[in-house]
Design a protein around this ligand. Structure first.
Ligand SMILES: C[S@@+](CC[C@H](N)C(=O)[O-])C[C@H]1O[C@@H](n2cnc3c(N)ncnc32)[C@H](O)[C@@H]1O
Length: 247
């Protein structure tokens, strides 16, 4: 049987996590753009074989990415032709590059100018446009489907609420596909607040659930497209992709 971390191990991990948040790695006083630029500059989510900072294991672990790409491409095929897909928080574009061929137009956006600059230089795809954009405050590009993959999990509640309220009010997309790393337990305290940064709420046994308070996203329907088990901070956790129909 697989060794499970003891209560003491989990306690120590949580203590380490809290210390990490309070330590010199704190992003206190930085704007969101500065926070994510710093994460990339420090390589906090790891680096590729050439030492270039990347968007984390969730963007590169083959079985995690494969399950997501397969589910989203199948969903896009169901919608038919002439689709514009908007990727909000595209990161290093290793995942987006595999979805883009299924769309007629693909707009890949991120708050970190350095990563958008790198994507624009390295990723050559005829139908892809890259943009620097903050999904909390900037105008959102028009499209049929928006992908927000493992982005909100890194933001504080005020920012997620601002995004959710705007999407509920303006319904800029037919579908919003959101991927979040959350505890695997059926019941867990949703939407515990954290400062924006490289960490996620899983370290406190919580996760973002957009349709629950204080975000309360309004949608016409909700469908889980895929789930992959992926422990995090010594906790049993899953990466869940949910599709919300907005109009
Ligand atoms: C963990 S990475 C995920 C990247 C990509 N979605 C993927 O799954 O491979 C999170 C990304 O969200 C971006 N991000 C964070 N806050 C954002 C915001 N307010 N607007 C746009 N992008 C944001 C970060 O810069 C980072 O590239």
């Amino acid at each position: 049987m697989k060794n499970r971390p003891s209560f003491l191990d989990r306690y120590r991990t949580r203590k380490r996590a809290r210390r990490l948040m309070e330590s010199e790695h704190s992003f206190t006083g930085l704007t969101n753009e500065q926070v994510f630029e710093k994460i990339y500059a420090d390589g906090s989510w790891g680096t590729d074989s050439e030492g270039r900072p990347w968007s984390g294991s969730g963007s590169h672990t083959p079985h995690i990415v494969h399950a997501y790409v397969e589910a989203v491409v199948r969903f896009l095929e169901r919608l038919g032709a002439n689709l514009t897909v908007v990727d909000l928080g595209c990161g290093d574009f290793s995942v987006g590059a595999r979805i883009a061929p299924a769309a007629d137009h693909y707009i890949a956006c991120d708050i970190a100018p350095s990563i958008i600059d790198r994507n624009s230089r390295l990723a050559r795809h005829g139908s892809v446009a890259f943009r620097t954009l903050d999904l909390v405050t900037d105008d959102l590009p028009a499209g049929d489907v928006a992908l927000v993959r493992q982005v909100l999990q890194h933001l504080c509640n005020d920012d997620i609420r601002a995004f959710s309220e705007r999407v509920s009010r303006t319904r800029p997309y037919r579908y919003l596909i959101v991927t979040e790393h959350i505890p695997a337990a059926k019941r867990f305290p949703a939407n515990v607040d954290i400062p924006s940064g490289s960490w996620t709420r899983v370290m406190f046994g919580s996760g973002v659930v957009l349709e629950k308070p204080p975000f309360s996203l309004r949608s016409l329907s909700r469908e889980t497209l895929c789930e992959v088990r992926e422990p995090s901070y010594d906790r049993d956790a899953i990466i869940r992709t949910v599709c919300y129909r907005l109009k």
